[in-house]
Design a protein around this ligand. Structure first.
Ligand code: ZN
Length: 375
């Protein structure tokens, strides 16, 4: 059995509206970097089409899905529907693929679960997934559909009994926790920035049986990430005897991302992904947040290397074609007004940094171990 990567042509050329934090390319550049480095065989790349409505309504309301489809067809919606479904309002703009694009990402996550359940794949990377804020009948936080929820529902349908969902995004996975916080077959672990939108994921939620929330301050550092992974996440997954791991690998905790104040290096990010994915044979890694196109494309390309246990590839020199590709990506952000920082596009790994583990993280971990009775 092989590992697979899901993608689609829809991610090339489809963009959120001008000025939106997602007005940039992240999915296809990640795949292209993997190809250019020679890290993948073409037969490991699966191009899928959008999910059917009957697949989406396993979670989403039919009326909502129909409205989203109509928004794509008409590039507009009547105001009452916009308001009701939060489509075309605020940060959830109507764009030409507003239904097809998230439906394609959702299909890949659903199909990933099916392939693993049917023993047709070992580990799967769906870079376009990870839309963890999506609601049953509302768009929320740039997410029109919730592929994470759809994947977990499919896993339950396929008979998985101990699904562990680990969310490394800087923002709390409210849309996933809302659905599964009381489901004894699903555990949810999230590390996220404290006091950041959507302001959920409080420490107090740890009293819920299958939820671990680790809200961290903006000073959260590489060594603290590793401490949490080794002392809370890994032991918890082992206790749970997970039969499927789904990792939402949002890259917005990286230093240089405009949507969080946390400044991890990609060394800490990749070590977390590597350590967690190595715990299980059945693994799906999704994308998620990541609003600096250069850092995000590298981070997600690296995740492919990690599920193939080829971490040493990340010490390779970046090929000049990869540098050229990264350099060609456009990003309207003040961080590049004087040019793209060389280090973002010239090497795979960030410089290693060594930090002290602060008292706050030590005590957060202690408290959670006590609450969850993990030793
Ligand atoms: Zn995020």
């Amino acid at each position: 059995m092989q590992n697979f990567l899901f993608t689609s042509d829809i991610f090339k050329g489809s963009r959120y509206e001008k000025g939106h934090p997602l007005d940039m390319d992240r999915v296809w550049p990640s795949v292209e970097l993997i190809r250019l480095m020679g890290w993948i065989n073409e037969n490991q790349i699966i191009k899928n089409s959008p999910a059917e409505i009957n697949e989406l309504i396993k979670f989403h309301d039919l009326e909502y899905v129909k409205a989203l489809k109509k928004a794509e067809e008409d590039l507009n919606l009547p105001y009452n529907l916009k308001k009701k479904f939060n489509i075309g309002i605020g940060n959830n703009p109507i764009f030409s693929e507003v239904f097809s694009r998230p439906a394609t990402a959702a299909k890949a996550s659903i199909k990933a679960v099916e392939m693993i359940a049917d023993k047709k794949a070992k580990k799967i990377l769906n870079i376009s997934g990870g839309t963890h804020h999506g609601r049953k009948a509302q768009a929320f936080g740039f997410c029109f559909l919730n592929d994470c929820v759809l994947a977990i529902l499919k896993a339950l349908e396929k008979g998985f009994k101990n699904i562990v969902y680990v969310d490394l995004d800087a923002h709390h996975c409210d849309g996933v926790q809302n659905v599964f916080s009381e489901n004894e077959n699903v555990s949810i672990i999230s590390i996220h920035e404290k006091n950041r939108w959507p302001n959920t994921g409080k420490f107090e939620d740890n009293k819920l049986l299958n939820v671990i929330n680790l809200p961290v301050n903006e000073s959260f550092n590489d060594n603290e990430m590793d401490y949490i992974v080794c002392n809370v996440i890994i032991p918890f997954i082992k206790v749970k005897k997970a039969d499927l791991l789904i990792i939402q690998a949002g890259a917005d905790m990286l230093d240089g991302d405009p949507q969080s104040r946390i400044s991890l290096t990609n060394n800490a990010y990749w070590k977390a992904v590597r350590d967690v994915q190595s715990l299980n044979e059945n693994v799906i890694i999704l994308g998620g947040g990541g609003y600096n196109p250069y850092l995000t494309a590298k981070a997600w390309a690296g995740n492919w290397v990690l599920i193939n246990n080829k971490e040493e590839y990340l010490n390779q020199e970046m090929k000049s074609q990869c540098y050229d590709l990264l350099k060609s990506l456009s990003w309207r952000n003040r961080r590049v007004k004087n040019g793209i920082p060389h280090k973002w596009i010239s090497t795979w790994r960030d410089e290693y940094k060594n930090y002290t583990i602060g008292y706050e993280i030590l005590s957060l971990v202690d408290e959670i171990l006590k609450i969850k009775n993990i030793c």
